[in-house]
Design a protein around this ligand. Structure first.
Ligand code: COA
Length: 229
């Protein structure tokens, strides 16, 4: 079911309504918080994926029409590379940011180590239209720059032309399209890590907060950082 959400303390049916506050109706002047996901938020990210998948289907897209890969999400949460965006007690979305250059997409000629790569970028349908994605990508550019990388890169679903236009509006350049029969992503985009569009809300980055938005401790489970792949 779309929007299933399992909080460590209380099950909830839709992410956007499971907290005391929701995004709707709130001012965009307020900053949003981006922080590593907690071990207990693997299910939250999976639910975000399902909501995005349903939204994409409703837009007529064939993107992400399969279940979330819980193993990969758990791996990224363990590594500390899966991030959650929220504003007060409302989840807004997620991004995974790492230095994994998918070898099927990026070659030696691309200087693959000179970039950070965004994956599983989601703004919940309830939070779309307020440039939260743009704010996440600006945040990612800053992280890339701080890590000494020249580029922020993404690979997008090949048939989602809207998404390609979206990245181009945010100053990404189309690099090329990689057509592999077993991969439906492969429209490659990059922008300089110096590029910010400053369209979205201000982002406050928290490295290791003590509690998630529902007050559940961050120390539960196998919390910890390892080097990105
Ligand atoms: C891509 C995404 C993160 C952008 O969210 P956002 O920052 O809130 O974007 P906004 O709603 O502010 O702006 C996107 C604009 O593109 C349009 N658009 C339509 N279909 C779109 C699509 N599939 N992807 C992105 N934008 C789309 C929106 O309607 C909007 O147009 P408008 O500005 O004229 O209203 C969000 O659409 C999303 O989560 N999409 C599903 C998951 C996804 O495809 N992620 C990218 C993986 S590479």
């Amino acid at each position: 079911m779309s929007g299933q959400y399992a909080s460590p303390s209380q099950p909830c049916r839709r992410i956007a309504t499971c907290s005391a506050m929701t995004w709707e109706g709130r001012s965009m002047d307020e900053s949003i918080t981006v922080r590593p996901a907690f071990p207990g938020e693997v299910g939250t990210i999976a639910s975000m994926w399902r909501e995005a998948s349903s939204w994409l289907r409703s837009q007529g897209s064939d993107q992400w029409q399969y279940p979330p890969d819980l193993e990969k999400i758990s791996r990224d949460v363990r590594r500390g590379t899966a991030y959650i965006a929220h504003r007060r007690k409302a989840y807004l979305g997620t991004i995974t940011l790492d230095d994994f250059a998918d070898p099927e997409f990026w070659s030696d000629a691309d200087s693959p180590r000179d970039a950070l790569y965004g994956h599983r970028i989601i703004v919940l349908p309830s939070a779309q239209g307020f440039h939260v994605g743009s704010a996440l990508l600006d945040w990612a550019s800053k992280r890339a720059r701080a890590a000494g990388k020249s580029w922020l890169r993404v690979d997008a679903w090949k048939t989602n032309e809207e998404l390609g236009r979206y990245y181009e509006r945010l100053d990404f350049d189309f690099v090329r399209r990689v057509d592999l029969p077993h991969r439906r992503s492969g429209a490659l985009y990059q922008r300089s890590s110096d590029t910010m569009t400053n369209q979205g809300p201000k982002v406050v980055h928290l490295e290791m907060p003590q509690h998630d938005i529902n007050g559940n401790p961050s120390t539960e489970g196998a919390w910890g950082h390892t080097s990105p792949a």
